[in-house]
Write a protein that binds this ligand. Structure first.
Ligand code: IMP
Length: 424
């Protein structure tokens, strides 16, 4: 398996870190291909827990080359702080390769993200306020500054002067804020940041292509998830990048035929942070129980996640648009105490039944879930490591997912620990 993508099939926080961790040991390179420090990956290695935002999980494995691909938006200060933090815990980050084509999150992106959310009021998107959307917007508008611009003072200043002229108008005239200074930003980015970042800059496309050619194993690590995808998610309540499998190609420079497996990670129930439609959302005590048992608070922002029942309509869509070859179901143990477990198999809207995702947003917003009810197993699965030891009701739950999605479940997570999993 030369190149494998691991991605989320829901609205993020599916426990991709656990799956990545499982695969990292056998990889030669691990690549982040989109998003930025809006992500929060928790990886437990040898009993130690690391919460990574921007660094690829591969950084924790000495034999892996971690790569930040061209599709990522990088706040260089955050990257340096993260390198410093893991470095203090003995992690060697010297092999990190950072694409010179990756765009940078600039101070005005952070400011505009916060201010836009405030201005949107009750219509806010609930972003992570990390400047992600504004940075990708500038990339699309072709006024972004890229990592490689750090190596050319003249170009950096030239670009910054042009862009800051417009941003300062926006900050002052729309948001009543003080203008930002070219000199102050240039001093920080060119004076403090550039010398530290320069040694990491690499031709990551060239590197990945040559690794691929010599048969290395490459893992492409998705951040966020399918339904937060700018194109395929629940727009506008999405992130500004493409976490879906197509984004793994554009964000890394590997071609579609170089990817031979796509692992889709799905939590045994659903969660979502921020605003947006959520047909199976639970606002009752079962929802609270899932929050408590699943510790459903953002790794990154600390926000309480919204919770809901597993949704096979969403999963089917995720499988199709990502060409998912195998599923990993995580956090099965969170359902251990439930008497009944519901699984959404279709939606009803305007008198019509949908077993695939309604393409019109208004229909999706009105969609009511049609559930299949399964008996719960009501016993502890946290120490189960063999399929045969899974309660029959839990096996039935997994089989239902496999049957309806026509996709194999490769493993099931039964707790946060590395060993708490069942290979199916
Ligand atoms: P942004 O990516 O900060 O622009 O936020 C856009 C939407 O994506 C918001 O609803 C966020 O809560 C959500 N989001 C961004 N990153 C993550 C993540 O890593 N996990 C879950 N949701 C996320």
């Amino acid at each position: 398996m030369p190149a494998t993508v691991v991605l989320g099939t829901q609205w993020g926080d599916e426990g991709k870190g656990k799956v990545t961790d499982l695969l990292c040991g056998e990889m030669d390179a691990v690549v982040r291909y989109q998003g930025g420090h809006n992500a929060g990956h928790t990886i437990v290695v040898e009993g130690e827990s690391f919460a990574l935002q921007l660094l690829p999980s591969g950084v924790l494995y000495p034999d892996v080359t971690p790569v930040i691909g061209n599709g990522v938006v990088v706040d260089p200060s955050v990257l340096l702080a993260e390198i410093d933090a893991v470095g203090q815990r003995g992690v060697d980050t010297s092999k990190l390769k950072l694409s010179g084509a990756a765009h940078m999150i600039m101070p005005y992106h952070l400011e505009i993200d916060r201010l836009t959310e405030r201005y949107l009021g009750k219509n806010k998107l609930g972003t992570t306020k990390r400047g992600i959307g504004p940075a990708y917007a500038d990339k699309a508008s072709r006024i972004g500054l890229r990592i490689q611009d750090l190596t050319d003072e003249k170009i950096f200043r030239q670009k910054l002067e042009v862009v800051l002229k417009e941003k300062n108008q926006i900050l002052a005239k729309i948001y009543n804020r003080l203008p930002l200074s070219v000199d102050a930003i240039a001093a920080d980015y060119l004076g403090r940041i550039a010398p530290l970042i320069a040694p990491m800059i690499a031709d990551t496309v060239g590197f990945l292509q040559s690794e691929y050619k010599r048969g290395s194993k490459i893992l492409l690590e998705g951040a966020q998830a399918t339904f937060l995808d700018l194109d395929h998610g629940t727009y506008p309540f999405v992130t500004s990048s493409n976490p879906t499998a197509g984004g793994a190609c554009t964000g890394s420079g590997l071609g579609p035929r170089q990817i031979d497996s796509v692992v889709g990670v799905a939590k045994a129930y659903l969660t979502r942070v921020g605003s947006g439609p959520f047909p199976t959302e639970l606002t009752d005590e079962i929802g609270d129980l899932l929050v408590d048992r699943g510790r459903e608070y953002g790794t990154n922002t600390g926000r309480r996640r919204r919770t809901g029942w597993f949704d096979l309509v969403l999963l089917g869509q995720a499988i199709r648009i990502n060409s998912i070859s195998e599923l990993a179901i995580t956090k099965l143990d969170v359902l251990d105490t439930l008497e009944t477990i519901k699984v959404c198999v279709a939606y009803e809207a305007d008198g019509e039944v949908f077993d695939t995702l309604p393409h019109h947003q208004s229909v999706f917003h009105r969609a009511k879930p049609i559930y299949l009810e399964l008996p719960g197993w009501q016993c502890d699965t946290t120490s189960v490591s063999e399929v045969a030891d899974l309660p029959s009701e839990a096996r039935r739950f997994i089989e239902l997912i496999e049957e309806r999605s026509e996709t194999r479940v490769g493993f099931v997570g039964t707790g946060p620990g590395r060993d708490q999993l069942v290979r199916m």
